[in-house]
Ligand binder design. Sequence first.
Ligand SMILES: NC(=O)c1ccc[n+]([C@@H]2O[C@H](COP(=O)([O-])OP(=O)(O)OC[C@H]3O[C@@H](n4cnc5c(N)ncnc54)[C@H](OP(=O)(O)O)[C@@H]3O)[C@@H](O)[C@H]2O)c1
Length: 330
Amino acid sequence: MTAHVIEEYGDPGVFTETEQPVPDPAPGEIRVEVVASSVNPVDYKIRAGHIDPFAPDFPATLGCDISGVVDVVGEGVERFEAGDEVYGMPGGAGRQGALADYVVGHAGTFADAPESIPLADAAALPVVALTAWEMLTDKSDVGLGDDVLVYGASGGVGHIGVQIARWLGANVVATGSTAEKRDLALDLGADAAIDYTETDPGAYVAEHTDGAGFDTVFDPIGDDHLATAFEAVRPFGSVVTTESSAAEDLSLAPMHQQSLELGVVLVILPVLLGEGQERVGDELEDIATLVDDGAVAPHIDRRFSFSDVDEAHELAESGEFVGKILLVNE
Ligand SMILES: NC(=O)c1ccc[n+]([C@@H]2O[C@H](COP(=O)([O-])OP(=O)(O)OC[C@H]3O[C@@H](n4cnc5c(N)ncnc54)[C@H](OP(=O)(O)O)[C@@H]3O)[C@@H](O)[C@H]2O)c1
């Protein structure tokens, strides 16, 4: 089979196309013929060598997101059969990923793909939708009428966060650095959008919560940006994030002074640990229902073939896109 791999860390040009044997599924695993993947920051952070412990063995096949068709079912797998259309997050960190003709992964990291969108488009969802879902339903408890501030609302995680927060009944205020990004957030259901480059937290807390602070702040920027999230949340409120390991200048004193809750998601952890991987598939089942009910849809900005993965990574790292960048196995 063809696989797009990295044999060392480097810039986007480091990808090479190789021929590899088709892998066989171990007990509990399935083999999936890959239709599509999508770019997530974790992919380019691994490629650049920034998160060495997450890299698959070299030559490393990256790509955490996958959609495709079940090809072979390993011993003991009852949930799927050959021919099923699935989406999932079986590897790309910790073990080999999706940028190949076939991938094998633990059956628990897959679910039936949503039926209402093309199978390729489903590959835009797993990492970002699982992350937003866990931020809003596991690490916080967003409910009807809550004021939720979504930073990065046009990005991968944020654009799904806006839709799930709205589905949960929240009043959603979104941020974006350009008019196009703010318009996307409004189209996806945000009640208001802020240009955070021109407005400070005191001003948008005053305008959108009468100075009280947001019940939940959804912060997929994280690290030192958490200081800004702490300024925007109300006393006893929740801040949920995806990033906290590179904070250099962050004081937790505001958490104490305001009696805050902080929730940190690491969505790939079951795959890295090789434990509890059914959680991934179970949550993807719920997410597929949201998609088929019309509550959540991925916004796909650009599509690239696997052989143009270098261009896709360049665009992702530039930040000059909205929603998701899809990679199609053509
Ligand atoms: N821990 C986990 O499980 C997990 C899972 C998924 C993602 N992540 C991490 O979460 C982060 C976001 O992922 P993603 O897929 O959403 O990335 P993305 O698609 O590149 O989107 C990032 C967004 O952040 C916004 N942004 C950047 N700097 C900002 C700032 N200072 N203030 C407000 N907004 C800012 C950008 O829009 P503007 O132009 O509006 O600034 C952009 O919309 C990445 O670091 C990724 O590695 C972690």
